[in-house]
Design a protein. Structure first.
Length: 114
């Protein structure tokens, strides 16, 4: 019983679980060009967009790079991305954005250009 009381006193003195740091639950991103969509629903979270910036106040606990890739497919190339307190690096952003496949011009376009 005595050790139980000491444990409770120690927990109260340190603040216990209630004082633990909480991780950010939000997300934001910047697009390479302004979007025409004012909001996007992604994995149950509403992302509100204004110009080239989109924000969500509550996002699910998912891998940031996976979320970035899926949002980039929906909204276009992303130039900065933060998800639940994790900001992606330049290399991760390169992985996030879809690869642009060069369009091969049709024969009529080539003939018209000459």
């Amino acid at each position: 019983m005595r050790s139980f009381i000491i444990a409770v006193a120690a927990l109260a003195a340190t603040g216990g679980p209630a004082m633990a740091e909480t991780k950010a639950q939000n997300g934001w991103l910047t697009l390479s060009a302004p979007t025409t969509q004012n909001h996007v629903v992604f994995d149950g979270a509403v992302w509100r967009c204004e110009g080239d910036v989109c924000r969500s106040t509550q996002v699910k606990s998912l891998p940031p790079l996976r979320s970035c890739k899926r949002l980039a497919r929906e909204l276009g190339p992303i130039t900065s991305f933060s998800y639940r307190g994790v900001t992606l690096s330049e290399a991760q952003l390169a992985d996030c954005n879809p690869v642009q496949i060069a369009k091969t011009p049709a024969a009529s376009e080539v003939a018209a250009a000459h």
